[in-house]
Ligand binder design. Structure first.
Ligand SMILES: [Mn+2]
Length: 365
């Protein structure tokens, strides 16, 4: 397993590559060209410069999160082919720079949603939280302001102000797009990019919808094992896979994460590992990574990754805001570094215990 940290790039992230380099066991970053709008091709020089910057710090780029998919592709608009062409050009250039993992999502209009970006906890930290009852009281045209005003001045991933300036117009694009139509648009997109992925060995790893149910009446189709399996059956290429995000899939307690990991053996190319605490139906807080702080069993989750022989990059995910750090919500240095260290510890223990068990099963021979 390759431990990584998400890094939004110089000028966009409060955390530096030098700081990331000092977290024990971190081998690389998952990064992006944060300022390039969805739908535009990534210039080769920019990718090269990013790679040089990361490598000069002693780290590697182990994947891109994300190359965002333009709304014309998701909504299946007549001009989608133009944006798919641009996406393919970006993939070709990433491949030419030896970057072979791309995380993306297929959520309409906006990315992940939370009702609170800084909910205070008893321990003096704050976390992001989701409560459907609160979301139901917010008009969809106001959600941008709510997310943006809680972002500590950072641009949140998937919440670009320019793109969301006219949110009503974006919603209109999806007026006639239901789950089935969105799925067909995703298949159309994947079938178009797969030949390039096969040529360059680039794995496409879709990020599950977060939370794992429809929000503001928009369709959501990457929410459970069943619809992931359907996606892999329909586009059955070894380059079509998933980012197993425990917090996103895990937002729905019906999703048994260790079981899903075991069942998706061979299709998981990237992992986000974090914990959350359920408060009731469609209501949860993000938590520290530690099992006892939340509702997910992180030992069982890491054991499942170990058992399927997962050797791709993984990263701690959203952390709490702790020790007074001012950062993009979920993406401070401190709690993610604690998370990384905890995941390292679990992995070492699982690995060594397995060796011991095997040695004792063979009587030490
Ligand atoms: Mn995630």
């Amino acid at each position: 397993m390759k431990l990584t940290l998400r890094w939004f790039g110089t000028g966009f992230d409060s955390v530096t590559l030098g700081q990331i380099r000092q977290i024990p066991g971190v081998k690389g970053v998952i990064t992006t060209l944060y300022d390039i709008p969805a739908g535009e091709e990534w210039p080769l020089e920019r990718i090269r410069a990013l790679k040089e910057e990361v490598e000069s710090s002693g780290l590697k780029i182990l994947g891109i999160e994300s190359v965002n998919v333009h709304d014309a592709i998701k909504a299946g608009l007549p001009d989608r082919d133009r944006y798919i062409e641009n996406y393919i050009k970006t993939l070709e250039r990433l491949g030419a720079c030896d970057i072979r993992l791309v995380c993306y999502n297929f959520m309409p209009v906006f990315d992940w949603v939370r009702s609170d970006l800084a909910k205070p906890r008893e321990d003096g930290t704050t976390v992001m939280s989701y409560d459907q009852a609160v979301i139901d009281r917010i008009d969809s045209s106001r959600i941008f302001n709510r997310m943006d005003s809680g972002s500590n001045g950072f641009i949140l991933p998937g919440w670009e102000p320019e793109r969301l300036a006219d949110i009503r117009k974006l919603f209109k694009l999806y007026r006639d797009v239901d789950d089935q139509k969105l799925f067909e648009n995703m298949v159309y997109f994947l079938k178009a990019v797969m030949p390039t992925c096969e040529k360059y060995g680039i794995k496409m790893a879709v990020h599950p919808d977060d939370p794992a149910w429809p929000v503001f009446g928009l369709p959501r189709i990457v929410t459970n094992l069943e619809n992931l399996n359907r996606l892999f059956e329909t586009v059955d290429s070894p380059y079509n896979g998933v980012t197993l995000c425990t917090g996103s899939l895990g937002s729905n307690p019906d999703n048994n994460i260790p079981e899903i990991i075991r069942s998706l053996k061979g299709r998981i190319y990237f992992a986000h590992v974090r914990n959350l605490k359920y408060h009731g139906p469609r209501s949860f807080d993000e938590a520290a990574h530690l099992s006892e702080d939340g509702s997910l069993d992180m030992f069982e989750i890491m054991k499942a990754f170990y058992d399927i022989g997962f050797d791709g990059p993984f990263r701690p995910d959203h952390g709490r805001a702790i020790w007074g750090e001012k950062a993009m919500p979920g993406y401070g240095l401190f709690d993610r570094a604690l998370g990384a260290t905890y995941l390292n510890g679990l992995w070492e223990a699982i690995t060594k215990m397995d060796r011991l068990n095997k040695a004792s099963a063979t009587g030490g021979k």
